[in-house]
Design a protein. Structure first.
Length: 300
C-alpha cells in the first residue's frame, strides 16, 4: 500500500527489547542475564525473531512496505533526533551537533534519501533521558533522568543535583532554576517543551520534504503537551485495545497483565521473566494502532 519506507525511532520499546524471550533458544539463566539494554548479549537468532515481531515490522508488513529501525537498543528523545538526522538525507541539511553524535556512531549502513521514506514514527521516551539540555541558549551535557527520582516525583528538587553532576554545570543549572522557576515541576515542564520544540523543528523540515511525521509516547509526562499543542495534536497516535483508547504505551501496558513481559503468562523453565518491556501481544496492539491510523490517512 505504501511505496516508501517507514523510519521508526524511540527507545527500547520501539527496538523490541524483551521479545527475544519468546524464542525457543534461551533458558532462564540467559533470560535473567539478557534483561538489559545491551543488544550484544543476544544471539543472532534471537535478534532475528525480535526484529520480525516488533511493532515496526508488523506495521510495515500490514502496509505492504519496509521499515528501518535503530541498530542498537535504548534511546532518548534527542538521540532519536540525531538518528533521524543521520539516516535521512535532506538537501542543505546542517551537520548534527557533535555532543549528541558521539553517542550514535554505529549507523554507517543506515542512510536514505528523503524520497525513499514515506513516514517517520517517533516514539517519545522518558523526557529526561536526553544527553543534553539548553540553558540560556547554551548546550550543556546533562542527563536529568540519571538523578531524578521518577518513582517519587514529589521529592525531586534542584538540590538533588548538587554533587551528582559537574560543579560548573550545577551552578549554571541552579542559577537558571532560581532566575526562572518557582518549583522543580515548572522546570521539568520547561525541559519537556524544549524537547518537543526540537522535534517540531525537525518534523517541519521533513514534512516540507514530503515525509509524514507522526508521534506516540511511552510515558505520560508528554500527554498533556501533545493534546494541547495544535501541531502535535494533529499527528498524535494513541493506542487502542478492545475499543478502549490509551494515551500512552505506559497506560496500555498497565491495562492488562498480558501487556508486559514480567506480568504476562510467559514462562521460561517455569519461571517468570523479569522484563518490564512490552509483550509480544502488546506489540501486536501497538502495530494495529499505528497501521490503522496510517490506513485511515491513506484511505481518507
Amino acid at each position: 500500500m505504501l511505496n516508501k519506507g517507514i523510519a521508526f525511532t524511540g527507545c527500547s520499546h520501539t527496538w523490541g527489547s524483551g521479545l527475544y524471550f519468546y524464542t525457543p533458544f534461551i533458558d532462564i539463566k540467559n533470560a535473567v542475564a539478557n534483561n538489559t539494554t545491551d543488544s550484544h548479549k543476544i544471539t543472532q537468532a534471537m535478534y532475528k525473531f525480535m526484529s520480525a515481531n516488533r511493532f515496526s515490522r508488523l506495521v510495515a508488513d500490514k502496509l505492504g512496505t519496509w521499515e528501518v529501525n535503530k541498530i542498537d537498543n535504548g534511546g532518548s528523545d534527542d538521540g532519536s533526533i540525531t538518528w533521524l538526522e543521520y539516516i535521512i538525507d535532506l538537501e542543505n541539511e546542517t551537520d548534527t551537533n557533535a555532543l549528541s553524535k558521539k553517542h550514535y556512531k554505529k549507523f554507517a549502513d543506515q542512510h536514505y534519501s528523503a524520497d525513499e521514506i514515506g513516514y517517520v514514527i517517533l516514539q517519545l521516551t522518558d523526557p529526561f533521558r536526553n544527553y543534553q539540555v539548553y540553558i540560556n541558549d547554551e548546550q550543556m551535557e546533562l542527563n536529568v533522568a540519571g538523578v531524578r527520582d521518577r518513582h517519587n516525583l514529589h521529592q525531586n528538587n534542584i538540590n538533588m543535583f548538587d554533587g551528582k553532576i559537574q560543579s560548573d554545570t550545577y551552578e549554571k543549572l541552579f542559577k537558571f532554576y532560581s532566575d526562572n522557576f518557582t518549583s522543580w515541576e515548572d522546570m521539568e515542564k520547561f525541559f519537556i517543551q524544549q524537547n518537543l520544540n526540537l522535534i517540531k523543528e525537525l518534523f517541519i523540515k521533513y514534512e516540507a520534504a514530503g515525509i509524514k511525521c507522526r508521534i506516540l509516547t511511552w510515558q505520560n509526562e508528554y500527554v498533556p503537551f501533545l493534546i494541547e499543542d495544535e501541531f502535535f495534536n494533529k499527528i498524535y497516535i494513541k493506542m487502542y485495545n478492545n475499543a478502549i483508547e490509551y494515551n500512552s504505551l505506559a497506560d496500555l501496558m498497565k491495562s492488562d497483565p498480558q501487556m508486559m513481559i514480567s506480568t504476562s503468562d510467559l514462562r521460561i523453565n517455569g519461571n517468570k521473566v523479569p522484563d518490564d518491556h512490552a509483550s509480544l501481544e502488546c506489540h501486536k496492539i501497538i502495530a494495529n494502532s499505528i497501521s490503522d491510523y496510517i490506513l485511515k490517512e491513506i484511505n481518507g
